[in-house]
Write a protein that binds this ligand. Structure first.
Ligand code: NAG
Ligand code: NAG
Ligand code: NAG
Ligand code: NAG
Ligand code: NAG
Ligand code: NAG
Ligand code: NAG
Ligand code: NAG
Length: 863
């Protein structure tokens, strides 16, 4: 949520206030950059697991966007056999670096150069000085040849050559097509509350990319919290960073999943989620009362559409103040009743909390925080005061020593009143509706006038001190607002450790996620927290989950949502989804139907709507309700599969929702496919993304594929196939060669989990298939678990286990569907004839009435 500062409003401001980026930020002449001398390497020497060297400026300083740093240290470490760490930092150690206490990166045990899959070499170019290359075999995956290193206090520039038309994925957060345009892309990393403008910077920062070359992937990550531009153009990738150090990690791949595994091993594996969070969620901004939400819950139920979680936005609060309840429309007693009813029906409740705290001596949360000295300051030591929903606000300083204690205390009081199931932290870029400490010096209880809530009104602006190098950094990143401090906390605001916001702006949401998750863990030890955060940074996946923010109810945003979900798969935040049916703007019946048909397969599946828009709960139109029942039936049937795929995320970082190119990197036709989505490696979803369409051109890699609903086989031949797609239907296919465990759907995940399993055995051309099922209690952190393995070959299905875990699975396999096999007459379980019912359907064989215990190794043969 939710300030709707659209492009039109922005243009208005730039022209009417006479401020434009070009006016307030001096841009260096390109020729000046040419004068940068680069560095001279010296003292290069072997150390344990790597090399060290020094770098000295190789000529007169160019001082283009700051002051050249004369003396640097280079360290190279073979962290693991697939991860190389190259760090260039100032010898004086004055440049800001993200502390290990804030983001605990994996250090790696260290390997020798000879056992590393990546090699490092450096060179000295007479014109551009020091450069380095990272090799994987004969492939040079990072290469700064011919591009001088520029290392100034407020500007780093590192440039690496790319192949022509490179296949680059990642770098965000930014709504865009999945395959970035490598000839003309500027990605700005500066966390920003903006309603998903195409290709611009939005809520989070992830300076990681993957590249696909000749069927193999590799990756690179720059660990740096400063604002930056990452530019793809002229067959290079160029980092232009507002400070810090050049702290690079390279990942050898070679599959897409391996790169993500290597990256999440470094920054943190995705958090374990509760099983229920895979159910369907409903939310909107603008519910008028708890009674209206009660009606929504009841209406889902009477429409027979599964609703797992009822969410309420800031509407529930008293005058939009955190930790309060509106006395009239959302009284606590009624909220408690709602929660109790939800829990009786095995449903859940999630509420929103914003970081901004009303600045008022009559607001106890503020008073307690003020007394504990937990808020961000101005340079003169007074509290920094911005403006958010409740009025003039202060902002928690996550670096201050008492902040965790205070934040946990406030949350505890709230949870003592209402035991909600999960939390949603929003507006944590952090968003502020004015620029600068706009409320500082105002009396405590002054309430600002309201115009900032309205879309048509210009955002507040001010005369800027252009000589302050932190307010107006010499290099202007492409943040599309006049100042980088606009709509957020000013860059000169001060944290408890003396660090100014300039260096740590991008970490705000990450740090809020950490302390909020810590509270949830402390409050319910051993229970898996569910936390959703709008702002994220590298490593956030270990702490929180994400939705793609304030999208629009447009066909374009429906399409782009797939790429955003894929991006967050790379970023290590696989529990992600977009607002189904669109947030801003009025949706339509057709768009909403098509959206739930896709959204039912987002790992995080939530309908969310803005205030003032036409209602879009799934039961509002008959066609949408029907599309929802059908698509969510598929999702709920696949819950055991989604959960198994998510466990791969927890253990190895692998994304749940994957582009075809991750599984089929050798097929050139899929390098830019962001119109279809694989769930794991076995289910392919081909949604309609075009208004009026009743068919979809879907790409099928070579091999056997089976229609989810009819079991009819499709022969993939690495080309498009036109599939029929009437309004209420979404095409879903099972990949030949995979075995998928399902459970009959229900209206809640708890109920669905009770049912016996079905196995879909989808054979490939060799008549074989395999798959896995992960089962645990879905709730506690210490749960025992079990990995069940399935192998089908020679007309026999073998069920076995990984050696770890001994969770006792109550549910049996009651049904097996064999896809793409010849007819059978008998079924034997461990060589004993089994009582069962065998039928065939469109060339597949359905065996019912089985009762197979999957806690033991078992062989089922079909004769
Ligand atoms: C490069 O991208 C920018 C921003 O999207 C666009 O305005 C410009 O026209 C593009 N340039 C070329 C040469 O395509
Ligand atoms: C690409 O090259 C052109 C022509 O030399 C230059 O104008 C442009 O700034 C370059 N772009 C980048 C991102 O380096
Ligand atoms: C719930 O359904 C009833 C009966 O169709 C309808 O009158 C009411 O407006 C609906 N309320 C909401 C909030 O959807
Ligand atoms: C502008 O910023 C500079 C550098 O921080 C400072 O010295 C100067 O006093 C400021 N000017 C005003 C008018 O605040
Ligand atoms: C959405 O629909 C409502 C009700 O019809 C209308 O009042 C509002 O102006 C519409 N908003 C937009 C952004 O189209
Ligand atoms: C398949 O269809 C999609 C959607 O119309 C299109 O973008 C794509 O280029 C087609 N691919 C091939 C290989 O024809
Ligand atoms: C067999 O497939 C056809 C479509 O090809 C479908 O209409 C029919 O319902 C399917 N039969 C069964 C039993 O699912
Ligand atoms: C089946 O597995 C369960 C649970 O692991 C175990 O207790 C039991 O002894 C096994 N039974 C057989 C016959 O192997």
């Amino acid at each position: 949520m939710h300030i709707r500062l659209n492009a039109a409003a922005l243009v208005l401001c730039i022209s009417s206030c006479g401020l434009a980026l070009a006016d307030i930020q001096q841009r260096a002449d390109a020729n000046l950059l040419d004068r940068c001398p680069g560095y001279k390497i010296d003292h290069f020497g072997k150390v344990k697991h790597g090399f060290d060297a020094t770098l000295e400026l190789a000529g007169a300083p160019c001082n283009v966007y700051g002051k050249d740093i004369l003396s640097l240290i280079l360290s190279v470490r073979f962290d693991t056999k697939d991860r190389l760490h190259v760090h260039i930092r100032d010898s004086a150690g004055k440049q800001y670096q993200i502390p290990h206490s804030v983001i605990p990166l994996d250090i790696g045990s260290g390997v020798s150069e000879s056992s590393s899959n990546l090699k490092f070499s450096y060179f000295h170019d007479p014109k551009t000085g020091f450069g380095f290359e990272v090799h994987r075999g004969t492939d040079v995956i990072f290469d700064t040849t011919g591009h001088p290193l520029i290392f100034e206090d407020q500007y780093l520039e590192i440039t690496s050559s790319l192949p022509r038309n490179a296949n680059i994925y990642g770098i965000g957060e930014s709504p865009d097509y999945f395959r970035r345009d490598s000839s003309n892309t500027t990605k700005t990393l500066w966390n920003r509350d903006a309603a998903d403008p195409f290709r611009e910077n939005v809520y989070g920062s992830h300076s990681v990319y993957m590249e696909l070359r000749q069927g193999l992937f590799h990756g690179a990550y720059l660990h740096n919290s400063h604002g930056m531009d990452i530019v793809l153009a002229n067959d290079t990738i160029q980092y232009r960073v507002l400070g810090g150090t050049a702290d690079f990690y390279f990942f050898a791949g070679t599959s897409a999943l391996a790169v993500i595994d290597q990256y999440t091993e470094l920054v943190g594996r995705p958090n374990q989620i509760p099983y229920w969070s895979l159910g369907f969620h409903n939310c909107r901004y603008g519910y008028k009362s708890v009674y209206e939400v009660n009606e929504v819950i009841a209406n889902y139920s009477s429409a027979n559409i599964p609703l797992e979680v009822a969410w309420t936005d800031i509407d529930y609060m008293d005058k939009t103040r955190d930790f309060t309840f509106d006395l009239v429309n959302f009284p606590l007693s009624e909220m408690q009743k709602q929660l109790q009813t939800l829990h009786e029906r095995k449903q859940k409740m999630v509420l929103i909390i914003d970081p901004a705290i009303l600045h008022s001596s009559s607001y106890p949360t503020y008073v307690r925080g003020h007394d504990l000295d937990v808020f961000i300051k101005n340079a003169d030591g007074t509290e920094y005061i911005g403006q958010v929903w409740p009025g003039y606000t202060v902002f928690p300083d996550w670096f201050a020593p008492n902040t965790d204690k205070w934040w946990h205390g406030e949350l505890q009081q709230c949870f003592d009143q209402l035991q909600i199931d999960g939390m949603w932290i929003d507006m944590n870029e952090a968003s502020s509706f004015c620029t600068g400490s706009c409320g500082s010096g105002k009396p405590d209880d002054e309430i600002p006038p309201y115009p900032w809530l309205l879309e048509s009104v210009e955002p507040p602006h001010r005369k800027i001190n252009t000589t302050d190098k932190y307010l107006v950094p010499p290099y202007a990143i492409h943040n599309p607002l006049p100042e980088i401090s606009d709509k957020t906390i000013e860059t000169t605001a001060v944290h408890a450790n003396g660090i100014i916001e300039y260096h740590v702006h991008n970490l705000y949401g990450y740090m809020e996620s950490r302390t909020t998750r810590d509270f949830l863990l402390r409050h319910r030890p051993n229970e898996r927290p569910f936390l959703l955060s709008r702002s994220t940074f590298s490593g956030s996946g270990a702490l929180a989950n994400h939705w793609t923010g304030d999208n629009a109810a447009t066909w374009q945003d429906l399409h782009l949502s797939i790429a955003s979900v894929f991006d967050f798969g790379i970023f290590g935040i696989p529990m992600v989804g977009a607002d189904i049916c669109g947030f801003n703007g009025n949706t339509t019946e057709e768009l909403c139907a098509r959206w739930i048909e896709l959204g039912a397969f987002y790992p995080f599946s939530r309908d969310h709507n803005a205030i003032g828009m036409v209602p879009q709960e799934l039961y509002r139109w008959d066609s949408v309700a029907e599309a929802s029942r059908r698509a969510l039936n598929v999702r709920y049937s696949l819950l055991p599969y989604f959960y198994t795929m998510y466990q791969h995320s927890v253990e190895l970082g692998w994304p749940v929702a994957r582009p075809l190119v991750f599984e089929f990197p050798g097929i050139p036709a899929v390098i830019d496919n962001d119109r279809q989505m694989l769930i794991g490696d076995g289910i392919l979803v081909s949604p309609v993304l075009q208004k009026g369409a009743v068919s979809v051109d879907a790409f099928f890699p070579s091999g056997r594929w089976y229609d989810w609903y009819t079991f009819v086989e499709i022969t993939g031949s690495s080309s498009n196939i036109t599939l029929s797609a009437p309004l209420e239907h979404v095409n879903v296919h099972i990949r030949g060669g995979k075995i998928i465990a399902t459970q009959p759907p229900a209206l809640t995940t708890a109920e669905a989990r009770e049912h016996d399993f079905s196995l879909l055995v989808a054979t490939d051309y060799h008549g074989t298939a395999s798959g896995e099922l992960f089962v645990d209690d879905g709730q506690t952190l210490s749960s025992d678990h079990r990995w069940v393995q399935f192998e089908y070959a020679d007309q026999a299905l073998r069920i076995d286990h990984r050696s770890e875990g001994s969770f006792a699975i109550q549910q049996r396999i009651s049904r097996i569907v064999l896809l793409g096999v010849p007819d059978i007459g008998m079924v034997f379980v461990n060589n004993i004839p089994a009582v069962s019912k065998i039928s065939s359907k469109n060339g597949s064989i359905v065996i019912c009435d089985l009762k197979i215990d999957i806690n033991n190794a078992t062989t089922i043969s079909f004769l």
